[in-house]
Design a protein. Structure first.
Length: 161
């Protein structure tokens, strides 16, 4: 049996102007690129933009705080028995970051940081909240997902009295 080990991270800080109004939120997140989160390039008006998603485990409380402040939602949220809370946060990369995020493959552990923005999504119903997305300002490849193997074929030894 295979058990995946996640050490995900999520933090944000508010950037304020002179009057102490929130201008934007800067997000730093460490997670895993899953199959549905591999970056895809979209060509618009001579500009390349890559869109992808990062899966974060057990960071629900921190993510929910930012979602409450921005009255938004993540792309995907679920709670699984084995893994606990799971969120997928989508990101968009421009310029030189397009090439960086397109190198990420399924199973890669990466750090992505950037400015959070709220994306109005017309695909969902009108009552749904807009989606929190991150505009990539920096990336860092950390490695592959670690797995720990547990052997099911081992039989406990009997006591010899």
């Amino acid at each position: 049996m295979e058990i995946k080990k996640y050490r995900d991270y999520f933090s944000f800080e508010s950037i304020r102007d002179k009057e102490e109004n929130v201008v934007c939120y800067h997000v730093t997140m460490i997670g895993t690129v899953e199959a549905n989160g591999v970056a895809k390039i979209n060509q618009t008006n001579e500009q390349e933009i890559a869109f992808g998603g990062l899966t974060l485990h057990s960071q629900d409380k921190k993510i929910k705080t930012l979602l409450d402040l921005t009255n938004s939602r993540t792309y995907y949220h679920d709670y699984t028995y084995n893994e606990g809370p799971v969120n997928v946060i989508r990101y968009a990369a421009h310029g030189r970051h397009v090439e960086e995020v397109c190198k990420f493959e399924e199973g890669d552990r990466v750090l992505i940081e950037g400015r959070a923005y709220i994306r109005q999504n017309s695909i969902r119903g009108e009552g749904d909240k807009p989606e929190l997305t991150v505009s990539v300002a920096g990336t860092f490849y950390l490695g592959k997902v670690r797995t720990q193997y547990i052997r099911n074929d081992l039989v406990p030894q009997e006591d010899m009295d």
